[in-house]
Ligand binder design. Structure first.
Ligand code: B12
Ligand code: SF4
Length: 545
């Protein structure tokens, strides 16, 4: 077989086929903060007949090309940020005679690109839980279709991850998704378009099963990888009532009730578990919800604050957020209910001016947010901002490294701009330097130490300090830093801190931990994956502590 061709003869097809799943990354630290969930979900979606897939997360170490043989099937998951590396991996795999399949948000948005740049045989768009099996079957049959459209599955169809295939000592946090989709429509975000605006919630039993499996292995820290953990706001309920839309009201109430059921079950899990999620600040209106979160061991949430001014919020279609003092008050409510906030702020909005930077960091400190990220406005493909910018660029596209800037992810990272949409009054360098200063100010040793007084004991306080520094360093390595010396320094630091942090994160495994029986949801028991069943004996109805 010519090395760059897919296998064709029957003998070649009868050779044992190995499935590789690769999460591409330019930076390999040996340790990673959060598990790339898709890797373990698609591993679970791999047809059992072909055996366990070989998983490679390049955040840990690079893929070794000689592990890929002719006839193997290589699944590569990409988002916009790692698409370029993903295409490199795909070309290498195809060169070695393997079938190359891409999936994830980026090929969902740009299917053709994966063929042109990444030499794909086929791609999976949308949810891969069901479509991946079809793509594998197509490759084994030697005739894959061009596109396997996964669409939007219902929550009941989401496949639980194969945590049994995860290297146990490499990640600090695991990630479990409980719901997908977001009813909002922020202008910089693509989630509501790619995942839809209707929340699709997994049955809480399958979520608890996964978490129990993770805690058995010694994982205490778990990110609930949801788009928005508060999918129904008081305003949504009020509007449905005012419109006399009973069907909508029932639907919203059901979604809300399901959230509470999930949280009730999470609350029964061992007390040393710590969950972290993403939520809109509207949740600050609902003390009952925040209390349920805290009881459910949800200790923190990323809250998209974006801008501290009303003009800035209007610019990003986020008028449901608060600004000024009301914003500080709303965020303090989370703290009062003992839910830590990771505030996410965007710089580079057209309404920003030099005073915005200091005002933002001061508000972040006043509002009592425990962590913060300050990102520069990036047009994400699929978002309204991106569409607008692409249209503006259409007549006279800026070309960098042979690529139009509206395909910035294809520009090598060394020459890729960090800010794309020109600001009306500030230069890129000014925005970058001011943003850098904001990070330095928010994460100075003194301010971190002051913020860490919210922790219950010295161990937790040290963990807080290290996580803060790690977060800041990892960000500096991938996001803002422009000179390579600073980048290298911060990578070294991040590597070292990451190893130290990992020890702080893990707990003694609890192999005796059982999931409840869930008779109703798993009547046949056949839908419950074997690796989640635990012992053959019936488990107790509530989880052991
Ligand atoms: C949790 C999360 C995080 C976490 C954890 C990330 C991690 N390491 O896993 C944190 C908070 C750290 C994070 C950080 C960032 N994130 Co994020 N994150 C998410 C979120 C909410 C869920 C991701 C997840 O785990 N989903 C669960 C898995 C099962 O779903 P999935 O990945 O989509 O995979 C399914 C399908 O896509 C498909 N599939 C995926 N891969 C493959 C591969 C194959 C072969 C096949 C067949 C199918 C397939 O099948 C899977 C099962 O159905 C998504 C939003 C979203 N809805 O995707 C944003 C999202 C992925 N993040 C996004 C962004 C922009 C970022 C940041 C750049 C933000 C920032 N400014 O810092 C960083 C980048 C981090 C990095 N370098 O990877 C964007 C990406 C947009 C884009 N076009 O690429 C998203 C889509 C949100 C958004 N605003 O639009 N993120
Ligand atoms: S930024 Fe958050 S709230 Fe806005 S649409 Fe995206 S996921 Fe929803």
């Amino acid at each position: 077989m010519a090395s760059s061709e897919a296998p064709s003869s029957i003998e070649e097809r009868l050779c044992p086929i190995r499935i590789h799943l690769i999460n591409p990354s330019d930076n390999s630290f040996g340790t990673a903060v959060i598990t790339p969930r898709w890797l373990f979900v698609i591993a679970a979606a791999t047809p059992r007949a072909v055996g366990d897939p070989i998983l490679v997360d390049e955040c840990l170490e690079k893929v070794a090309p000689d592990t890929i043989s002719p006839g193997d099937i290589v699944g590569i998951g990409i988002h916009t940020g790692n698409a370029l590396r993903g295409y490199e991996v795909g070309r290498m795999a195809r060169e070695r005679g393997a079938w190359v399949v891409y999936g994830g948000i980026h090929p969902t948005l740009y299917p053709d690109e994966a063929f042109e740049q990444g030499r794909a045989h086929c791609i999976v768009t949308g949810d891969g839980d069901v479509a991946w099996g079809k793509a594998v079957a197509g490759c084994i049959a030697g005739q894959p279709e061009r596109i396997y459209a996964g669409g939007h599955l219902e929550g009941e169809q989401f496949i639980p991850a194969r945590w049994d295939l995860m290297p146990r000592d490499k990640y600090m946090w695991a990630s479990v998704q409980t719901t997908r989709g977001c009813p909002k429509h922020c202008s910089f975000c693509s989630v509501w378009r790619t995942d839809g605006q209707r929340p699709r919630q997994r049955p809480y039993q399958t979520v608890i099963d996964e978490i129990v499996a993770l805690r058995r292995m010694g994982f205490r820290f778990i990110a609930l990888a949801d788009d928005n953990f508060y999918p129904v706001s008081f305003t949504d309920l009020r509007l449905a009532r005012e419109q006399n839309n009973q069907a909508r009201l029932d639907d919203l109430n059901r979604i809300r009730a399901d959230r509470f059921l999930l949280m009730e079950e999470l609350a029964k899990l061992p007390d040393d578990l710590a969950f972290f999620t993403q939520i809109t600040m509207e949740a600050g209106e609902d003390g009952e919800y925040l209390d349920a979160m805290r009881k459910a061991h949800i200790k923190g949430a990323l809250v998209g604050v974006e801008s501290v001014t009303p003009e800035g919020l209007k610019a990003v279609f986020k008028d449901f957020n608060y600004s000024g003092d009301a914003l500080a008050k709303q965020l303090q409510t989370f703290r009062q209910h003992r839910v830590h906030v990771l505030g996410s702020f965007i710089f580079g909005l057209p309404t920003d001016n030099p005073a915005t930077f200091d005002a933002t960091v001061e508000l972040a400190m006043k509002a009592g947010v425990s962590f913060a990220q300050f990102v520069m406005l990036t047009p994400l493909p699929g978002s309204i901002d991106f569409g607008r910018w692409e249209k503006e660029q259409a007549g006279h596209p800026t070309i960098i490294g042979g690529q139009p800037v509206t395909r910035y992810w294809l520009i090598p990272s060394a020459i890729r701009p960090k800010l794309f949409i020109p600001h009306p009054s500030m230069s890129f360098e000014e925005i970058r330097a001011r943003t850098q200063k904001v990070w330095d100010r928010f994460y100075s040793w003194r301010t971190i130490w002051q913020r860490s007084d919210c922790t219950p004991d010295l161990r937790a306080r040290l963990a807080f300090v290290f996580i803060s520094k790690l977060y800041r360093q990892m960000y500096a390595g991938t996001g803002l830093a422009t000179d390579s010396a600073r980048k290298k320094r911060s990578e070294r630091w991040a590597r070292w801190t990451a190893r130290l942090c990992r020890r702080l994160f893990h707990a003694k495994p609890m192999p005796e931990l059982q999931s409840p029986m869930w008779e109703a949801a798993f009547a046949s028991n056949s839908t419950r994956p074997a690796f989640l069943k635990g012992s053959d004996k019936p488990g107790p109805l509530t989880v052991l502590r």
